[in-house]
Ligand binder design. Structure first.
Ligand code: GLN
Ligand code: ZN
Length: 755
């Protein structure tokens, strides 16, 4: 036998049923019981899929109403005391208040789960945090699975990763000190699970793929010595990267098995060749949507099986939380692009792949010969497809001049030429791009997509919006105008739809946080730009005003980061292809007289690898791809970029290396702290710190903006400073937008007069 198991399943359902039910529950349209019933049905479906595919264990405890780290906060009694809730008797309504905030308390902060696009709720640890075991969440799901006739394997994030992912709050201390009081609570929880009669418990310690301090690593043996006293076997799961450097440590732990991510880090297998317990091989990609070549997977597994025998388990590389649910509902894609359809595998298809591998390992490849042949045929068709591999793209990239990604002259010279024609006042004002995406805009788009509105009528509606946006900005007396991005549904999807090499799914949703899901485009082939994408919109906007109109593009790193990316060539190469394709657009904009062009890169920081040792290589190619996107522009063309949601202190040299003439960043919520870092670094080019938070409809007081701008003037020379909101305004309404911008401009004018 070869044990096949799943590390975790998507929770939201094939058609986002959980999302819609949650939101209806929040609006008071359905009862808690309705929501509980739906959740139970979803879990049963998830389990049945695993059982039908002959999985030996069914993952339980992975289902959550919001987030598995929030569930763990409840299970360990570590919910923020500021809410005043009793973790032992938490109602579902209170659970959601922790996640979403209530009238007295802001929500628990969210951040990215490792390098995924999933966000977890960050535990708030205090010096005096008192843990208390409350295993109900895990116990209930085991009982439910057992009642449905399944062999449950509960899944829980381990104590070191849990602590690591949290933040210290209140009086200064090191959260590592809480480990001693946390471990007994884990023992209590695991004991409760063991008492349910489960044979195995999966404990996830993905923090092992990060750069953990030595002190934390040193704690593993004693922590796991304690936890292993529980009367169930422990499978320690690692994923998202190699743990080879911890091989000795991991081999010494008194657990009963170890899971390795052999998709992200196949090379780490060698370090565990002599592992003498259960080795769970994560061989099917849990982070992407590509069908595996099962023969290749078997080539890896068969020798392992020969040496490990029953000790070899097979699994996806990580939880399937990060892949969409079911490819078979993508009938449109199947019709339009049958080849591509054949190269994909979503959660259910990945489960099926593992099932085939299991059979092949148990009975030989001949037992599944037809399935292996189909898998091979798909792999061959992909490897040889003309739709993917375009000679002209490879040639163009290979023949780029060495300094293709360098501007013709240094910033100091360029900015003089730019200022000469731009003729802007000190502290020029601008916007980040989008203006309110009103219901009318969305309605027009959805009617156009349904065929209820003709292309001409749709475009006329968008032009009307653009004209409105231009007029309002003129009235406000902004300096560099934007067209407002009315015609864009989303900053990545819009470009994906116009570039070659991209495809879109209908139900390819993955959870981002809580009830929010994203549907990333699929980059499947070499990227080209068949025709101009934004030029006529920008040109039209420019024709309406004598002020300068800024062109607006999404950068290559952000497009890459927010898509499912092909895995047959390096990400760096895909990114450069996008950069080169975008450069065609930049040059067309320039030719059309749009000589201020913003290339947004809000996602540049989130692409950073998990281990610091890999940062430089990433920043190198990401920077190059970005710079390629403006290759060939004239010195007097002004390139802007925009970034948000992040700190840049530790990557400032790379940000400066992008050599954008102007960078606008989100700073208002940090009281300009972010900008101080740019100042200390002596960031050389122009910079526009955001002077108000665009996430709120609140109109800032003049004094607030003045305070921020005065702070900014202390760290940035007045000649280098721009004034703008934190980010685009698409989520705002018009009324507050006009009021907010009005304050921003009045304050700017007041300060200008003093300079
Ligand atoms: N230009 C985009 C906008 O204004 C930028 C969005 C972003 O940074 N997330 O909406
Ligand atoms: Zn932004």
């Amino acid at each position: 036998m070869t044990v096949f198991h799943i590390l975790g399943f998507p929770r939201v359902g094939a058609k986002r049923e959980l999302k819609f039910a949650q939101e209806r529950y929040w609006r008071g349209e359905i009862t808690e019981q309705d929501l509980q019933d739906l959740a139970k049905a979803l879990r049963e479906k998830n389990w049945q899929h695993q059982a039908d595919a002959n999985a030996n264990f069914i993952a339980t405890g992975d289902f959550t109403f919001y987030d598995h780290i929030l569930d763990l906060q409840v299970a360990t009694g570590a919910i923020p005391a500021r809410f005043g809730f009793d973790s032992q008797n938490l109602t579902l309504s209170q659970y959601f208040q922790l996640a979403r905030g209530n009238k007295d308390q802001f929500a628990i902060e969210m951040t990215k789960w490792f390098d995924t696009n999933y966000h977890y709720l960050v535990p708030e640890f205090h010096k005096n945090t008192q843990f208390k075991a409350n295993p109900a969440h895990y116990v209930n799901q085991i009982r439910e699975a057992k009642a449905a006739g399944h062999q449950a394997k509960p899944v829980i994030v381990g104590p070191l990763t849990f602590l690591w992912l949290g933040k210290e709050k209140g009086e200064a201390f090191n959260r590592f000190e809480l480990l001693n009081s946390l471990v007994p609570i884990y023992t209590e929880i695991l004991t409760a699970l063991a008492q349910e009669g489960v044979e195995w418990i999966q404990i996830d310690e993905p923090a092992l793929a990060l750069d953990l301090p030595q002190e934390w690593l040193d704690a593993f043996p004693s922590v796991y010595a304690e936890l292993s006293k529980v009367k169930a076997k422990l499978l320690l799961a690692t994923y998202f990267g190699s743990v080879a450097e911890h091989a000795d440590l991991l081999k010494s732990l008194p657990v009963d098995g170890l899971h390795l991510d052999l998709v992200r880090a196949p090379e780490q297998l060698a370090a565990f060749a002599d592992y003498d317990k259960v080795l769970s091989a994560g061989v099917i990609e849990g982070r992407n949507i590509w069908r595996a070549n099962l023969n290749t997977v078997l080539d890896l597994l068969e020798p392992l099986k020969a040496t490990l025998g029953e000790r070899l388990w097979i699994a996806p590389s990580c939880s399937l939380l990060h892949t969409p649910y079911d490819l078979s509902v993508e009938t449109q894609l199947q019709e339009k692009n049958p080849d591509l359809y054949g190269w994909l595998a979503f959660t259910l298809q990945k489960v099926e792949e593992l099932s085939i591998i299991k059979t092949a390992l148990e009975q030989g490849r001949h037992a599944v010969a037809d399935k292996l042949a189909a898998s091979q045929a798909a792999a061959d068709s992909r490897a040889n497809s003309k739709a993917i591999h375009k000679a002209e793209v490879a040639e163009r990239l290979a023949n780029l001049p060495v300094d293709a990604d360098k501007r013709k002259s240094p910033f100091a010279e360029r900015i003089k030429l730019q200022n000469a024609w731009l003729n802007l006042p000190l502290l020029p004002t601008t916007n980040i791009g989008s203006f309110p995406q009103t219901t009318e805009i969305r309605l027009a788009r959805s009617r156009f997509k349904k065929g209820e509105l003709s292309l001409a009528d749709y475009e006329a509606a968008m032009k009307k919006e653009i004209a409105y946006v231009v007029r309002r900005q003129e009235e406000l007396d902004l300096d560099v105008l934007v067209h407002g991005e009315a015609e864009r549904n989303d900053m990545v999807e819009y470009f994906g739809e116009l570039l070659d090499g991209f495809a879109f799914t209908k139900f390819g949703w993955v959870q981002s946080y809580g009830s929010r899901c994203v549907k990333p485009p699929v980059i499947y082939g070499d990227v080209t730009r068949p025709q101009p994408m934004t030029v006529r919109w920008s040109q039209y906007a420019q024709s309406l005003t004598n002020k300068v109109m800024k062109g607006m593009l999404t950068g290559p790193v952000t497009i890459l980061q927010w898509s499912f990316v092909r895995n047959d060539i390096p990400r760096s190469l895909v990114c450069k292809q996008i950069g080169v394709a975008l450069s065609d657009e930049v040059l067309d904009l320039e030719k059309a007289g749009i000589k201020v062009i913003q290339i947004d890169e809000p996602a540049i920081r989130e692409g950073l690898p998990l281990k610091r040792a890999d940062w430089d290589a990433y920043l190198q190619w990401a920077g190059e791809a970005f710079r390629l996107s403006y290759m060939g522009v004239q010195n007097d063309t002004q390139i802007h970029t925009h970034m948000c949601y992040s700190e840049f202190n530790d990557i400032l040299p790379a940000i400066a290396g992008l050599d954008a003439d102007v960078i606008t960043i989100e700073t208002s919520r940090s009281d300009m702290e972010l900008l101080t870092a740019f100042g200390d670094f002596k960031y050389p080019n122009d910079i526009g710190p955001g002077v108000y938070d665009i996430h709120s409809p609140r109109v800032p007081k003049a004094e607030e903006i003045e305070h921020l701008l005065r702070k900014a003037l202390k760290v940035v020379p007045k000649e280098r400073l721009w004034v703008n909101p934190d980010c685009g305004l698409k989520t705002r309404g018009w009324q507050e937008t006009l009021a907010q911008l009005d304050v921003m401009i009045k304050v700017t004018k007041k300060l200008r007069a003093e300079l």
